[in-house]
Design a protein. Sequence first.
Length: 389
Amino acid sequence: MSDKRITIGVIGSGAMGSGIAQVAATAGHEVFVYDNNSAALDKSKTALQVVLNRLVEKQKLAKEAADDILKHIKYVSSLSDLKSCGLVVEAIIENLSVKQKVFSELETIVQAECILASNTSSLSITSIASGCTKPERVIGIHFFNPAPLMPLVEIIPGLATSDEVTVGSKKMIDSWGKTTVLAKDTPGFIVNRVARPFYGEAIRIYEEGFADFATIDWAMKEFGGFKMGPFELMDMIGNDINYTVTETVWTQMFFDQRYKPSLTQKRLFEAKRFGRKSGQGYYNYSEGASIPQPKKDEELGQGIFHRVLYMLINEAADALYLKIASKEDIDLAMTKGVNYPKGLLKWADQIGVEKISDVLQDMYDEYAEDRYRPSVLIKRMAADKITFY
Ligand SMILES: NC(=O)c1ccc[n+]([C@@H]2O[C@H](COP(=O)([O-])OP(=O)(O)OC[C@H]3O[C@@H](n4cnc5c(N)ncnc54)[C@H](O)[C@@H]3O)[C@@H](O)[C@H]2O)c1
């Protein structure tokens, strides 16, 4: 399935589809990109030319290689142009019924052995596949934004996906130079599930009045080695997107309190304070706005960092316990998908699972909120004095 002669189809030429097409063409495949909006197709084509020109100017890509990538991508105006594809990746609007409709139509166009993949961030692969006559060939192939730069890709078999399709898809994406991890078809897959406390616990610390945004961001960078603090990162991702992901994971987890969104972020969302793209989020990005300074108190900073980290480790441990992915894949996903400085389970071993279990239990007892419930895996490992690795 890593055969370069396989033609790749991409449906949707927005941010993700354009990036995925670039990655596949760079790997040497013939790529057909379809979008039902011709302006979006034109935009994608122009944007790719700009990106490649810039890479050539910076001498990161040879002119011939850039020309080759452009030659490999065809922008098509009909879904039926994808009939010769061996793998089609769908990256259209995040709407279940629209995706199901596109998959049903696609099934009548492509050959029997063509793999149908969705790049969905929040819908279940099983539900997308349920509208297909051959759900065994439907799979989740989840790239991160921007696809050409982010190394991680989550591979998500649905309930009916065949092993052959799973193995073949993984091999194909590996051959594109990406780092793939296998994830169970559950809300948020690995990254968007395990990362929730990075945002949620940081907001909670702010809501409880322990520290302001700048101090929490400083603490996570200074003591945790994270490249960005949670509030800077939410402002970069966009509070509309980040809030929606949080709310989606929470509702799909049958309102498990551990994933409960915050009113602080919801209000920003309602006020359209999306972050950098709207000029204001947790921070004000308008010209001349004052830059808030952190309170560089080491004891406070260490406390903030450890509270967020322990909640992240708890989430990673629970994902392992519930067989969402292997320990290696959970650690890889967080380092390659969201640039965490270390894998969370490796980090847990370094700190000591017993210590983490004690702190989480204390928080659970004090708050009496399900949010702080320690994973049963952490508790058992602490009792048995065992490590993840
Ligand atoms: N943006 C991200 O950070 C990100 C990351 C990972 C996954 N995703 C997922 O990738 C998918 C696409 O996201 P995006 O950010 O690229 O969206 P986008 O809005 O940038 O692009 C979507 C494109 O799909 C086209 N489209 C919509 N309906 C269509 C249809 N029926 N047939 C053909 N084309 C259609 C639109 O014209 C648009 O060009 C979503 O499922 C999203 O959840 C997004």
